[in-house]
Design a binder for this molecule. Sequence first.
Ligand code: AHR
Length: 514
Amino acid sequence: MKKISGLLVVVLLINLAGYAQNATNLIIDGTNPKTTISRHIYGHFSEHLGRCIYDGFWVADSMNVPKKDRIRLDIVAALKKIKVPNLRWPGGCFADEYHWRDGIGVRKQRPHMVNTNWGGVSEDNSFGTHEFLELCTLLNCEPYIAGNVGSGTVEEMAKWVEYLNSDASSTMTELRKQNGQDKPWRVKFWGVGNESWGCGGNMTPDFYSDLYKQYATYARNYQDAPLMRIASGANSSDYNWTEVLMKNAANRMWGLTLHHYTLPTGNWRKKGSATDFDEKEYFNTMKNCLYMDELVTRHSTIMDKYDAAKKVALVVDEWGIWTDVEPGTNPGFLYQQNSLRDALIAGTTLNIFNNHSDRVRMANLAQTINVLQALILTKGNQMILTPTYHIFDMYKAHMDAKLLPVNFSSPDYSNGDNKIAAVNISASIDSAGAVHISLVNLDPNKKITIRSSLPGINWKTAQGQLLTSKKLTDVNSFENPNNIKIMSFGGAKKDGDQLVVELPAQSVVVLELK
Ligand code: AHR
């Protein structure tokens, strides 16, 4: 349990002494909210991979769906509902082989390339810079562009920034105007490479930090367009990468990334099925998911050494569950179904990020449509919302709200000789004074009663939303698209000054206190 103030200790003792023995006692400290939960924690990621861009956002002219140009507007509408704050593009590994000039100008004349990372398919570059910025405009979100460091040049990235952000007269800005965009887009978020320790060039951290500084120097701030430069960060527990980057370049970056995927089996060769797993594999998956808390804590501690003021953001710009692909699909397309287990992963991970929002100020789930832990799956002109989508819908109330610290000891969820915390929670207060509490019960066998003290919080009513299903393996399918959907939650009540919540097994609940 974290350190808590004198007043809270008194409340905790009263709480422990006087109330139900079987309940988990929780304190939500409303006395001094400080940290803002950046909305950018709720960001997404769309790579030129499988059917995320092509046959996802960007479809054939002939497809019978509402479209602007070739962008699917039914998908745009669904993503607007969850208030997507930023979208990362064009990769991923693809970013370090992407040459932006191939993706501008007359579409029919754009060069074709082989997507060597993802399935060896032909990329016709019909979705490029202008199309991506149009998509972000439709979504009303911030673009987050990953520049090519692995196989590009300093000049290429510098010119891309100029093309997008400058309002002065130059060959680049004239070209942009010829291509139909008069005013600069002023893109703020720029990644300098991706996974530079791996698919982005297999570099050492020392070599990359020098390259980072070189690329970041010539990616200029144009008028009214200061850049938030984001350095390519560590792979999971590569703490040395964070150490070296912070030591060498902390004063030149807005953010440093971290990538971590949840593998059900922990084995990259046989990751485990998205829909066919037993309780033991579920338990292991959740253990691997909870590891994000340790990763964020330890990377943050290293960052604190070089940046005590926490100016540099930890940007977890790839996270989510990575399973074996759906049988019969292209292994290079990373298409996987999305079950109740995915929803529990999303709820848990977002709680971790909220609770670390003093350092984690941006994150991007991988990936938006038809790839890895997707929000949306499509089949021809049909689309379905996954359980993960519903979690983002429920949690959007936390965006830009003030974090309220939570103190409690979770009951265990045991499997064989192993145990993990059954419950994880985060809470926030928004600008209108409404308090939102997101609670996840990972235990598939037990409901859990939570009794909360809420010092400093004035409230009369508690309303809630619930996501659960009979089986952890349940999914939304094209035949049964609303199998898992948000339900209203009646399991929260006021008991004196306390809030009592009956948290169902394998569920996510978000409460609003007013
Ligand atoms: O999200 C899929 C891939 O995972 C990305 O392209 C890469 O950055 C990571 O290894």
